[in-house]
Design a protein around this ligand. Structure first.
Ligand code: ZN
Length: 300
């Protein structure tokens, strides 16, 4: 069986919140990891987002369009606002989600949590910054109607004044892979949070690299609570949807010698290894389909 050796004698994530360069902290964090964690994942670490991002009823309070209208009202600070649903915001900075950690009693390793804030609390942070919060700043991540919550992501990379504010509350921006290594992979709640953070990062990154229309070159604007973008040129109005890049990851096993083939890149943090993985060329996908079709014909 394959094992990852990880974990720590000191608080990994709390140490990340100290005033030490993140790269150093990441290295330090991982070098302190010393518990043993079996790899027994049913899905990819960042897959399995439990939030629902679609709803068949647009009039539902939790649908993207309805939640977006409520969001705009709340940003205008109207006095008479419905208390439901609750809005939670997860800030990101340079692709890193905000996180914090708590240490259970005894010698148990610390547990990290994503830095979710209620919309009102988040606006309090922004009051002491130069960040201009608009309805277009937030992207809809999904909802949990059973919890009466709609979740939003926001990229605050352009405002560094928020970092010390969050730091004072023991929050810091942490690389997703660091969170992945610090997560107990048998903890379903933690794995769900990891999947939400992965989804949010991908969506925010797509917004960041899709600022201009590939057809006419005009600026794009977010639509449908950030679930898609559209060209601002009235003569173009091209619709742009988040990219889905086909990727593959595999574990090569030497059964006779009970070994597995792993690899690492120079940018990896110490002791981090990976299965073989990469993007799939479209031509290869087409090739797979052709081969599959031929095999089906031959079998028949
Ligand atoms: Zn255009």
């Amino acid at each position: 069986m394959l094992f990852l050796l990880s974990s720590s004698s000191t608080s990994p994530l709390l140490s990340l919140c100290r005033k030490i360069p993140l790269k150093t902290l990441t290295t330090k964090t991982l070098s302190h990891l010393h518990s043993t964690m079996s790899i027994n994942l049913k899905t990819h670490a960042f897959a399995g987002n439990p939030l629902r991002s679609t709803t068949p009823k647009p009039e539902s309070l939790f649908s993207p369009s309805s939640a977006f209208e409520t969001l705009k009202s709340r940003l205008l600070e109207n006095a008479l606002l419905p208390s439901s649903p609750i809005f939670k915001v997860l800030p990101f900075r340079k692709g890193r989600p905000l996180a914090t950690s708590t240490r259970p009693t005894g010698d148990s390793p610390p547990i990290w949590h994503l830095g979710w804030f209620n919309l009102g609390d988040f606006k309090g942070f922004l009051a002491n910054s130069e960040f201009q919060l608009t309805e277009n700043s937030l992207v809809y991540l999904g909802s949990r109607s059973e919890d009466d919550v709609v979740y939003w992501g926001i990229d605050v990379s352009e405002d560094s004044s928020l970092v010390p504010q969050f730091g004072a509350k023991h929050f810091c921006f942490v690389e997703l892979r660091t969170l992945m290594v610090a997560t107990d992979w048998t903890d379903e709640q933690a794995m769900s949070d990891l999947a939400i953070a992965g989804h949010a990062r991908a969506l925010l990154e797509w917004h960041n690299i899709s600022r201009f229309c590939g057809h006419c070159g005009e600026k794009t604007v977010p639509m449908e609570a950030g679930r898609r973008k559209q060209c601002s040129n009235a003569l173009c109005k091209k619709r742009i949807y988040p990219r889905v890049d086909p990727v593959v990851i595999m574990l090569v096993i030497d059964r006779e010698n009970d070994r597995a083939l792993l690899s690492r890149q120079s940018r990896f943090v110490p002791r981090m290894w990976s299965c073989l993985a990469g993007f799939i060329e479209v031509s290869i996908l087409v090739g797979f389909r052709i081969v599959s079709s031929l095999l089906e014909i031959l079998v028949k």
